[in-house]
Design a binder for this molecule. Sequence first.
Ligand code: F0G
Length: 469
Amino acid sequence: MTSVSIDLASQHCIESNCGAQYGLNEQLYVCPRCGGLLEIENESNVVADASALRSVWRARLASPDEKDRSGVWRYRELLPFSDDAPIVSLAEGNTPFYDAPRAAGYCRLNRLKLKHQGCNPTGSFKDTGMTTAVTQARILGAATVVCASTGNTAASLAAYAARAELKCAILVPRGQVSHGKLAQSLDYGAVVLEIDGNFDDAMRIIRELAEDESIYLVNSINPFRIEGQKTVAVELLQQCGWQAPDHVVLPGGNLGNSAAFGKGFKELFELGVIDRLPRLHVVQAKGAAPFAQLFARREQDSPAGNSSSTLTPIKHPQTLATAIKIGAPVSWKKALRAVTQTDGRVLSVSEQEIADAKAIVGRDGIGCEPASATTVAGIKRLVNDGVIDSDDRVVAVLTGHLLKDADYIINYHQNNLYTHDRASSKSKEERRIAGTFSNPPTRVKPTKTAILEHLNSHDSRHVEDRGHD
Ligand code: F0G
């Protein structure tokens, strides 16, 4: 199987009234002409053969070659890199595709599949895009790689930069990143810079910093990140036997992931690897839902034909799902295109819905971080609203590992989780997230009798509990 020739790949501006084209190795993040987002286009996709691709990708699952062990580079025909690119890899991807019967029942579905991106090397989906972005940094000869982050991008970049022996600086909102994620960045040796401000402030500052040529920005505004992340859609479809599911549901923050899934599905469809597109739905947390608000406005406007087309940023986004506490998502235009092209929906869910859905994913023995659980909460809503039928084939993408935010979990299970909505007049009690499915630890006397007594009483409570969900 010959790889796709990269001579034909280039960076394109996505704005239809611009469409400017740039070389692959021009160090750009947005279109210099109009400021639009850039995207990589690979003209040679159209000539590749779908069944040959499927068989080469199947064969590589059994190959010991380092490139083939990566769930990103295994699909290298779709990537804009030459065969001798200096790849920086931690064997990312290869993430499990689980049946989740308890979560399915909770959503009133016959079956629900969970694609667990939290099982990547640094515990989040960011690794699938970081392997390509840091490889590109090496190709460009960058001295320093940087990102702004709510925690996961930072942890991932820190790890890949360490592998590539590149200097790495990450900019994070002080006090708003979970300990697990911060600990990773420190351990991987990144320069950790904390600012007083939120993610959107950090993003603005880091973009200014990246105007300096020696600094390479690897947030998802960088189109090479999206190229790696789009392979998650490919791996998912391979795990589905190339039968596209009816719905794929993602959490939405900065919206790079939604953009990447949209690109992955579209490319596979155009190649003939799949014969239809799944509907792509994006779920945000209610206090940080500028994209859901835009979508709702468009739904209201559409009969008149003058759909709202601009996102209004939220100045002070609020959610305990800190990964997606974002008010001005950079990739909203790409994400909107993906959602509209696949007849998807964008919605938001409450803090209570997120917390309960998260606990249910845990009960399947799988677990995830809070932002990831927006998907299951969103699916429950979409089933209720009749958008998803109970026998549809549905996949929720879990983006981060359960241990990324242990404090949140301990607080939920001890009925000690509160929203941060301090600006409102709500009392502390009103801000409490109910531990609907809580499972608090119990202090017991260190005797066999006390422990057996407790286990017996716990057994009967557990049976009652099961009847409820
Ligand atoms: N889920 C998790 C666990 C995340 O860390 C993020 C984003 C998202 C979902 C949303 O993905 O931004 O592509 O829409 N985290 C970024 C970070 C912002 O800095 O780690 P998105």
